[in-house]
Every structure is written in C-alpha cells, then in structure tokens.
Design a protein around this ligand. Structure first.
Ligand SMILES: [Zn+2]
Length: 52
C-alpha cells in the first residue's frame, strides 16, 4: 500500500472511493508517519475488506 500526504492529511494512493482528494506532486511513501491526520475515507478499515 502506498500513501501520500496532502495538507497534513494522509491518503492512500490511489485514493479510496468517497475521497475527493487526488495526488498531484506529493511524494509517495509506504509508511504512515505519526504526525499527520488520517483521511477518513482512505484510512478507514472497512469490515471484511481489510488488506495486509
Ligand atoms: Zn483520502
């Protein structure tokens, strides 16, 4: 899973359904830092759709 940070909020890349954000020039990363907010669409773990 890849992530990007936009306006201090972390999203998955590609973004989840329902997320209005999109990646422009943001750097992709594969870890989640502590100091950012989590996008409720991208970072929410849906029951039964959990990915490793
Ligand atoms: Zn998002």
């Amino acid at each position: 899973m890849l992530y990007f940070i936009k306006q201090n909020t972390i999203h998955t890349y590609p973004v989840a359904k329902g997320c209005a954000e999109s990646r422009d020039q943001e750097q992709l990363r594969d870890t989640v830092p502590y100091e950012v907010k989590e996008c409720p669409y991208c970072m929410r773990v849906w029951p039964g759709k959990k990915e490793a």
